[in-house]
Design a binder for this molecule. Sequence first.
Ligand SMILES: [Zn+2]
Length: 632
Amino acid sequence: MATGPRHVNGASDETPRLRGTSEGGRPVWQPGLIVVGLLVVSLVCWRWVTPDYVIVRPDILLISIDTLRADRLGCYGYAEARTETIDELATGGVVFEAVTSPAPITLPSHATMLTGLIPPRHGVRDNVRYRLADSVVTLAELLREQGYQTGAFIGALPLSRTGGLAQGFDVYDDEIAPRALGDMNLIVRPERFAEEVFASAQEWLQATDDRRPVFAFVHVYDPHAPYEKPMPGTDTLSYDGEIAYVDRSLGDFLSSIRTADRWREALTIVTSDHGEGLGQHGEKTHCLFVYEQTLHVPLIVHWPNVLTPRRAALPVGLVDLMPTVLEFTGLKPLPDIDGRSLVTLARGKELNEKPLYFESLFGYLGFGWAPLRGIRLQDLKYTQAPKPELYDLRTDPLEEENLITERPDDASRLASLLREVKDEVDAPMETDRQRMSALASLGYVSAPPVETDDPSELPDPKDHIEVYERFHEAHHKCAHGKVGPALEIMASLEPDLRNSPYFYLEWGNFATKDQRWPLAEECFRKSLALDELGRDARYNLAVALFKQSDWSESVGQLDELLSRNPDHADGQLLAGLIKAQHLGMPAEALSNWNQFLELAPDHVQAGKIRKAVSQLSGRLTAGGQTTTPTDD
Ligand SMILES: [Zn+2]
């Protein structure tokens, strides 16, 4: 990064300094102040000068630390925290004390952060199967239109570009080299360490144009389970250790970029997409429940010389982040979004209370349990479920005393606010199989919604938390090579999960890992009986049948799969193989293999299949019958 002055065409270091901290004066970000007649700098420069103010398009660093509970930071009152960097930003910035995530799930929550829309309106309800529609306007798109250079640096697969968040970014670095995990080196997980993400961001920042403002979105994933770092001075790997590690990495990143003035003055925002259960309400990680343990996230806005340090107690939402950033940059908020600008609050003024929506459709999409949706208004929090809940967070921050019967008026007031929230968007469905199976390795589920007219008739997730945790335990065991014990757990869970196609798919996958083909076949058939469109279950069933030498049944399943999903490369490959090798159907095999080669020209089997195709074609043209073209 060049370190010289960023001004061009005569703007010099004598440019008047910011006076935005003057609380009585006009805010520096007020768009009306951008008066063309008063410009003293070139139009290509991004500092606009008036007699009293320099209007700045600030450089913006948006740091999202995945899975970070607010109450695990020193600046939010955690005595054991080792979060000096974040605490220092908080001391010099504005701390929003009560920030609600719209969903305890990575992709939906980040989609809200970057669009100002709640999940029912941006349409992304889960990490898997959903993608933000191109028609949705994102913060990065708006900033780029204003001349910003935009870069995103992603820590893990849930935010890979196929989720739709790349729109508006000049650079979207989601290249996550798989890595082995220390003593668990059997596992390769689709995430990378914070220091790698920060290094990539730093490299990009240093190459940016000094004359144009920058928006950098940096996403780090480390606090997400499993916990792989110890607290300084200890050997025990822990959640707090991960947070301490991220804090150190952030500190190193900020110190190295702040050798340039530009980054000392940047608008820096630290937040998170959701928290972590850590065993509260029986939930170890996140996704299923919507208690504060996973919805209460930090939001710290640090803008030296502009924002006076303070703390804002009013409950606000991650949904407010995007319109707030827009106003900081002098842009008008979009008219039809759910969030609102918090600039007034950041400047110490009053702001009215506003209902905050939250949801988790995780249990619904994965296991056919009731969806959880709710509204927070001030300190009251209502969650709609078969057994609805109402808490007063002021007196009961741990949500231990359900007031639903004691305060029916409050409950019905919030329930009626919730009824106003309608699902508006059908988000495009994810079809990237590789990403989906990698997400499955992180424990994210993928299943179609259960057909139901009345969600209140579905099981309440609260009644199934033990089942859910046992399911995760089985996953964990299987991932660590303990397939037998994993299969035992799955068998014990069947009475509770017999309506979940995803459960049977995973059970079949575990059985596959142990080459227990009849069991795998049975599981995949049960999964398909619940969801006949399940691609993975259909393909895996065909493999299980193939392994049991049931050629015609296997090909029947593959033909069924390919009639709906002709882009299924592995399906084309296997269908061609069985037809050529076992069923004496060379012409049909050629058709499958040609489609396979078109779909996956770089597949590890592509060379071999090309050879087989040319032999087969030769024989067919010569009119002769073929024998086995490949022995695999
Ligand atoms: Zn997350």
